[in-house]
Ligand binder design. Structure first.
Ligand SMILES: NC(=O)c1ccc[n+]([C@@H]2O[C@H](COP(=O)([O-])OP(=O)(O)OC[C@H]3O[C@@H](n4cnc5c(N)ncnc54)[C@H](O)[C@@H]3O)[C@@H](O)[C@H]2O)c1
Ligand SMILES: [Zn+2]
Length: 375
């Protein structure tokens, strides 16, 4: 028996596979080796390990799913399209892979014989949309997504959806309102509902983990649509400016991949994590400008690529977001252990050991602009 990891050759999946095999476990990886993520000629030393089985296949292909699920005792479902901005104009593709791919997997588990006892789903903080804010008048609120015109007028901060007044960001707890602001987020939330309902009906234990911004060595350097540290690192190495969107004060919760892998393994192991949704984050907000500057220093960037506030924006991006991690601390005894400074140093050292990828950021941004999804 093995643990099936869909998207198992991706950033999080491959780290998880290394960890599980180090514990002596058998692992099966199902991955379609998407060129947007892996480039044209990927190499995977992971596949040389004796406890790893691999099938190049798609989660939307029933035959591939059948092979991958044959001896699975648990499934960690990671395979997905992950570009927030790209999802805004590739709606059908995101729905087909993220929502329908998950439905097909669950359809198999509900209708065919199998030995799967646990499903762990990689969900995302994006399901919260603008995340939780505090209004002095109205308490915890979830603002409406910022629209194209508001962003064009540099109205970066969302306002209270009840009174229209100013609001302060706060750590988002799991019980905050779910309010996706992008198609990507909508499909992640669809995955959550599908897993929760289908697994309950088939008496399979399920844990849903909402990751914040995961970073670390191994994140795709090819994908121009997601992974800001990867995108920024290529700009620095190519001696191009790092355009910092909005006013640079937008913030995210950066959680290191090693901590995320520990959370997935804890969820796989724990019966206390069954049937629940847990945030996985550092619990600390960091502005994008600060993170870019840390990376710039770690990679000894030349003056030309110093992070510069560009006031560009993308529809579907959120202003702030960071996790309230009290539940996962309590239920799984899980703690983030990697500080941003240590994590960025590790990431920078890894980047420098990698071949220099193509920089496709400008093309991706031009695509967005043409579709009036950004400026
Ligand atoms: N990295 C983050 O910051 C983050 C944050 C929140 C949630 N997540 C979620 O975690 C999961 C893993 O993310 P990641 O950062 O490792 O992404 P990644 O892009 O590095 O890995 C995804 C893997 O899935 C594979 N894949 C894509 N489409 C597939 C398909 N149709 N069939 C089979 N394989 C397919 C890709 O080839 C890739 O190897 C995703 O579900 C993502 O939504 C990631
Ligand atoms: Zn209010």
């Amino acid at each position: 028996m093995y643990t099936l990891i869909t998207g198992g050759l991706g950033f999080i999946g491959s780290r998880l596979a290394y960890e599980l095999t180090a514990r002596g476990e058998e692992v099966f990886l199902l991955d379609n080796l998407s060129p947007q993520i892996h480039g044209d000629k990927p190499v995977f030393p992971l596949l040389e390990l004796p406890k790893i089985r691999f099938l190049q296949g798609d989660v939307t292909d029933l035959v591939a799913l059948e092979v991958a699920l044959a001896k699975a005792k648990a499934v960690v479902h990671l395979a997905a399209e992950t570009g927030t901005a790209q999802s805004m104009y590739e709606l059908a593709k995101y729905n087909a892979i993220n929502s329908q791919g998950t439905a097909l997997l669950l359809d198999y588990l509900v209708n065919k014989p199998h030995a799967v006892q646990k499903v762990v789903l990689a969900s995302s903080r994006s399901v919260y949309g603008e995340s939780a804010y505090l209004c002095a008048m109205d308490g915890m609120v979830t603002p409406h997504p910022r629209n194209y015109l508001a962003l064009l007028n540099k109205q970066w901060n969302p306002v209270c959806p009840v009174c229209g007044g100013n609001i302060e960001r706060m750590a988002t707890p799991e019980q905050a309102r779910v309010y996706p602001a992008s198609i990507y987020a909508a499909t992640k939330y669809a995955q959550e509902d599908l897993v929760r309902i289908a697994c309950a009906s088939a008496s399979i234990a399920a844990s849903i983990l909402r990751f914040q911004n995961v970073y670390g060595a191994g994140q795709s350097l090819h994908n121009p649509y997601t992974g800001i540290l990867s995108i920024f690192s290529t700009r620095i190495r190519k001696q191009k400016t790092i355009p910092i969107f909005e006013d640079g004060l937008e913030s995210r919760d950066f959680v290191h991949v090693n901590d995320v892998v520990k959370a997935i393994i804890a969820a796989l192991d724990s019966t206390d994590a069954n049937s629940i949704v847990l945030n996985v984050g550092s619990g600390v907000p960091s502005s994008v400008l600060k993170v870019a500057n840390l990376l710039f220093a770690a990679l000894s960037g030349s003056e030309i690529s110093r992070p510069t506030v560009s006031e560009q924006f993308r529809v579907g991006d959120i202003r702030h977001g960071y996790a309230d991690i009290r539940q996962i601390q309590k239920i799984l005894g899980w703690q983030p252990t990697v500080t941003l400074e240590t994590g960025i140093a590790e990431f920078a050292a890894w980047v420098e050991s990698q071949p220099l990828p193509e920089d496709r950021l400008d093309a991706a941004l031009a695509e967005l602009k043409a579709k009036r999804m950004g400026a």
